[in-house]
Design a protein around this ligand. Structure first.
Ligand code: ADP
Ligand code: MG
Length: 293
C-alpha cells in the first residue's frame, strides 16, 4: 500500500500601500511599468528601506497561525541571476523568519486536521515577464511587492486536504486584511511538493516540487496527477526514476512537466542583507497587533 505526502509553500502578496523596500505604489494594475522607482530597477546608489506595515502584517499572520515570533527582524540575500531580478539577488528571510513552528486546525470532509507550519518568511517579489516568439518583455510593477511565504511541514495527506487548507488560508488572509488573496491576480501562488512511500516505511519518499501553481483547482489536479505518476513508476519497479526535481503544471495537457533538477540552498550563497540593520520587535507592539486580529 502506498501513501502520499504533501507539503505546500504558499506565496501571498501583502496588500500594503507601498512596496516592501521602496516607496512605489503597491497595487494591481494592467499598465506595465507604472508602479516603479529607482530602487525597483536597482539603479546604482539606491538602498532598501523596509516597510514597517509589511513587517506588521507578517507578524499578524505569524500570530494568527500560532507561530513563535523572534525578537528581531533580520533579512538575508538570496543570490541568483535572472532578467526579472535586476539587483541579482532577492531580499528574503532565511536565518530568522518572522514566524516558526506554527499550526492551525482545518476542517476537511467533516474531520478536523492539524496542519503544521514550518515557517513564515517575508520577502520581495520579482518583476514579471511575458515571452513572445522573438522577444521577452519585462514588467517591473511586481518587483519589490511584499511577499509572505508560508512553508508547511510535510503533513498533508490528500489533494482534498491541501485545497481545504488553501481555502482556510485565503479566509485568514482576507479576514485579517493581510492580502486580497485573489488568485486571478496572482496574489496567491503555490509550490506543491509531493512524494509517495510504503505505508509501513519510516522514511518519506523522494519529493517532487511543482512550481507556481496558480489556482486551487490546479493544486488539486497537480497533486492527483503526481500521486498517480509516482505510484505507476513504483508499481513498475522504476521508482528510482522519481528524482528530486522541479516540475511545472501544464494546464493544456493536464500533466506536470520536468523543468530542472532542484537547486540546493548553498547555490544561492545566502548571507545577511548588509543594507538593513536588525530591527527589534517590541513585545508591546506584538500585543497590539494581536488585539486587532
Ligand atoms: P527544500 O530544502 O528542498 O526546499 P524543504 O525541507 O525546505 O525542502 O521543504 C520544502 C517543502 O517541501 C515543505 O513544504 C515541506 O513540507 C515539503 N517536503 C519536504 N519533504 C517532503 C517529502 N518527502 N514529501 C513531500 N513534501 C515534502
Ligand atoms: Mg525550501
Amino acid at each position: 500500500m502506498l501513501e502520499p505526502t504533501i507539503g505546500l509553500e504558499i506565496h501571498c502578496e501583502l496588500n500594503t500601500k507601498s512596496k516592501m523596500f521602496s516607496g512605489s505604489t503597491n497595487s494591481y494594475t494592467t499598465f506595465a511599468n507604472t508602479n516603479i522607482s529607482e530602487m525597483d530597477l536597482a539603479l546604482p546608489g539606491t538602498l532598501p528601506r523596509p516597510n514597517v506595515e509589511g513587517i506588521r502584517k507578517a507578524i499578524k499572520l505569524a500570530l494568527a497561525l500560532n507561530c513563535e515570533i523572534p525578537n528581531e527582524v533580520l533579512f538575508d540575500r538570496k543570490n541568483y541571476y535572472y532578467p526579472d531580478l535586476p539587483k541579482g539577488y532577492q531580499i528574503t528571510q532565511m536565518h530568522d523568519p518572522v514566524g516558526v513552528n506554527g499550526s492551525i486546525k482545518i476542517d476537511c470532509n467533516g474531520t478536523t486536521k492539524k496542519i503544521l507550519i514550518h515557517d513564515i518568511h517575508l520577502e520581495e517579489d520579482s518583476a514579471s515577464m511575458d515571452h513572445f516568439t522573438d522577444v521577452s518583455l519585462i514588467n517591473y510593477n511586481r518587483a519589490g511587492v511584499p511577499l509572505l511565504e508560508l512553508v508547511t511541514e510535510p503533513c498533508i495527506e490528500s489533494p482534498e486536504e491541501a485545497v481545504a487548507f488553501l481555502e482556510e488560508m485565503r479566509r485568514i488572509y482576507q479576514y485579517a486584511n493581510i492580502s486580497d488573496a485573489d488568485t486571478k491576480k496572482g496574489q496567491i501562488r503555490c509550490d506543491v511538493n509531493v512524494s509517495i512511500m510504503d505505508v509501513d516505511s519510516k522514511e518519506l519518499g523522494t519529493k517532487v516540487e511543482v512550481k507556481n501553481v496558480n489556482s486551487f483547482g490546479n493544486v488539486y489536479e497537480t497533486i492527483k496527477y503526481e500521486i498517480e505518476r509516482q505510484s505507476k513508476l513504483k508499481d513498475k519497479g522504476r521508482y528510482d526514476e522519481v528524482v528530486q526535481e522541479t516540475r511545472r503544471w501544464d494546464e493544456e495537457s493536464g500533466t506536470t512537466k520536468r523543468m530542472r533538477t532542484k537547486a540546493d540552498a548553498i547555490d544561492y550563497k545566502y548571507f545577511v542583507e548588509p543594507n538593513i540593520p536588525k530591527y527589534k520587535i517590541d513585545q508591546n507592539w506584538v500585543e497590539e497587533i494581536k488585539k486587532c486580529i
